[in-house]
Design a protein around this ligand. Structure first.
Ligand code: SF4
Ligand code: MSK
Length: 653
């Protein structure tokens, strides 16, 4: 498509069907063009990325630069490509870890306030998980009620964040051998606040200039995120809002309703969105919506806020990262409520073409042109109600509405506790059946597919092509974040998708009644995958460390610094991790070589880069096969077909 840019030059934009494999999104990309709304899909076509920046060799940490360093030209200070690329890489880890962990901090503050009974609407819901976590923290629960235990746990969790010396408590969740390896290598994490501050210090001009030393600290900082900040956020959210169990819901832009007030919640923290769920069900507000001419109030999510309220409440998902602007282009969104992370600054500009009100709610995340309604956990219900009222008031201002029809069912809610129960049965919940099916070869291995969308690659296509390839090869796939939403839109998150799986995986999925692709939650919930792989190790028969089990991870459409932090904490925990799109240290052969090979000697895990989804699947499978061989389980055993009796038994060995 030819279009004039702001300088009057003719620019060629790719067809929408080349930019996304999601038909609903393609329709809205075209509609946006007609409506004069510019989206990321337009901007990416006219913005060439800088090769120094994308390959990690642009240094701008002091005013002698910025320096674009090459193998033959150091920075003004003498910094080499390896120093600059390593510094940039670990700064990305620090930023990603900061995002997850600051999220955790907000959750901990609310958790403590809930335990004290100071915040109406929040409570300690999951007693079992509360006691389990209290035990991990060696909290004496004798004679204490749940709020007393929660208060103690909340205070301990807060102290963990800034623990200055000694390793954080949750590393205990990792297999013993893994913990020992971290200690031997000097990367067992202290509190995430300390690790992030130290990252920023080491990467300040003129401090750490030995790339291995810089990257080693990157490992430590990433572990403080995965086994610290992220894990605390997930665990405490589960205790406050309930540990997810399998739940059916709908996904894609078709979940928006023409005749109801549509509110979209977008961002990451479930603290406010949980209250908005309650407010949209308030009979008084539903009545107000009717008075405004609507049939009711419809709530939907985008990005990880969507995943949070989907997993626990079955709230429909309007879309993933690249659909945030497109949802507004339907003309049917009366309010888009955002908190933190992954929110495009363009939203208020896109909204100007329609009637949508963009509402920011966090003091940490304001956007010019948006309405700010600050959320504080003490007045959460009040704020949530006021937001819903504004959306209702906005409903009559709608202009032309055009909602794509696409919506499809999904099943979400696979916490690691659920996987345990689903595969092992209510009375003998365990990972034994999963391990046995990996050992007997019905399931070749497990791959976590996580991360964002990126308009530099075809939206959703990379995720879904990769995942289809993996399940066809008997790989059980665990998904989180925007990758999970891509797969859901492709119909991969329903038990019927087992038809696309290889014979062995299909047999297991059909026997248990699970999809071959399990939705494990939001970005911070990648910590659930850490716990799941640790449980597989502890169950026995598949080695003694995460670096030995047939499992791997990838982020094929990644874009955010959080993806780098997540990828690195998996590598630091012993996993092989693949990135698509581009690799952030590509311009330094030394650093890429280190991350792709040598780091394995330290952590047992390593990175790889492959933008082609089919080739990426092949590499992941090769790595899994290598581990199967090392474990001596590379030969498939004879298959047994299930009869009804065996299915009833759920004893799938
Ligand atoms: Fe350039 Fe060195 Fe300053 Fe970086 S630290 S901007 S390489 S002079
Ligand atoms: S929301 S970090 S775009 S997964 Fe977690 Fe999606 Fe990536 Fe944001």
């Amino acid at each position: 498509m030819k279009k004039q840019n702001e300088n009057g030059e003719n620019k060629f934009y790719p067809a929408a069907s080349e930019q996304t494999s999601c038909t609903a999104s393609a329709k809205m990309i075209n509609k946006a063009k007609k409506d004069g709304a510019e989206t990321a899909f337009d901007r990416v076509a006219s913005l060439k990325s800088c090769s120094f920046g994308s390959g990690g060799t642009c240094c701008r940490i002091c005013s002698m630069g910025p320096c674009r360093v090459t193998e033959t030209r150091t920075g003004v200070c003498g910094a080499t490509t390896s120093t600059v690329a390593a510094r940039n890489f670990v700064r990305m880890i620090a930023a990603g870890a900061a995002a997850h962990s600051d999220h955790a901090r907000e959750v901990i503050f609310t958790f403590i306030a809930a335990a004290k009974g100071e915040v109406p609407g929040y409570e300690i819901k999951d007693d079992t998980k509360l006691h389990a976590l209290a035990k991990t923290f060696d909290i004496n629960v004798e004679g204490k009620d749940k709020n007393q235990i929660a208060l103690e746990l909340g205070e301990r969790a807060l102290a963990e964040m800034s623990k200055q010396q000694g390793e954080i408590t949750l590393v205990k969740q990792a297999p013993k051998k893994r913990q020992e390896r971290w200690r031997e290598e000097g990367i067992s994490p202290r509190g995430v606040d300390r690790e992030i501050v130290e990252t920023m210090h080491r990467t300040h001009m003129g401090v750490d200039q030995d790339y291995k030393n810089i990257l080693l600290h990157g490992c430590r900082a990433s572990l403080a995120d995965g086994w610290g900040g992220s894990m605390l956020a997930t665990e405490l959210q589960d205790i406050m809002f309930g540990t997810p169990i399998p739940i059916r819901a709908k996904v894609n832009l078709g979940v928006l309703k023409e005749d109801e007030v549509n509110i979209i919640v977008h961002g990451h923290e479930p603290l406010l969105s949980e209250m908005i769920v309650a407010a949209t069900r308030d009979p008084e507000l539903v009545e107000q919506a009717k008075e405004a001419g609507a049939k009711g109030i419809n709530l939907a999510g985008i990005c990880c806020t969507a995943n949070e309220i989907l997993m626990r409440k079955g709230i429909p998902v309007a879309g993933n990262f690249l659909q945030q602007e497109l949802a507004i282009c339907t003309g049917a969104v009366d309010a888009m409520v955002v908190d933190v992370q992954c929110i495009m600054q363009s939203l208020p500009t896109v909204a100007q073409c329609y009637h949508t009100e963009i509402i920011t709610t966090s003091s940490k995340g304001k956007i010019l042109g948006a309405t700010h309604m600050e959320f504080d956990h003490h007045n959460a219900i009040e704020t949530a109600k006021n937001i819903v009222k504004r959306a209702i008031k906005n409903y009559p201002k709608r202009r032309k509405v055009d909602i794509p029809k696409e919506e499809i069912e999904l099943v979400a809610g696979f916490s690691h506790e659920t996987i345990n129960y689903m595969l092992g049965g209510r009375f003998r919940a365990s990972y034994r059946p999963l391990n046995d099916n990996i050992i007997n070869g019905r399931i070749k291995g497990v791959v976590g597919v996580v991360g964002c969308n990126n308009p530099r690659v075809k939206h959703d296509y990379v995720h879904t092509t990769l995942v289809k390839e993996l399940i066809a090869n008997n790989i059980l796939v665990l998904v989180t974040g925007c990758a999970a939403i891509s797969c859901a839109k492709e119909g991969l998150l329903i038990p019927e998708a087992a038809e696309l799986a290889g014979a062995g995986l299909r047999e297991v999925c059909e026997a248990v009644g699970i999809p071959p692709v399990l939705h494990c939650g939001s970005c911070v919930d990648n910590s659930r995958i850490l716990v799941a792989v640790s449980e597989i190790v502890k169950e026995g028969g598949l080695g003694e460390d995460i670096s030995e089990i047939p499992a791997a991870g990838c982020a094929p459409e990644w874009m955010s610094e959080k993806a780098v932090a997540i990828g690195q904490y998996f590598v630091s925990s012993g996993a092989v991790v693949g990135f698509g799109v581009s690799f952030p240290t590509a311009n330094s052969e030394i650093i890429s070589d280190y991350l792709f090979k040598e780091i394995e000697e330290t952590t047992g895990g390593k990175w790889f880069y492959e933008p082609d989804p089919v080739k990426m699947a092949k590499i992941l499978i090769e790595n899994i096969d290598k581990r199967r061989k090392a474990l001596g389980i590379d030969r498939e055993k004879e298959r047994v077909l299930y009869d009804m009796e065996m299915r009833r038994e759920l004893e799938i060995v």
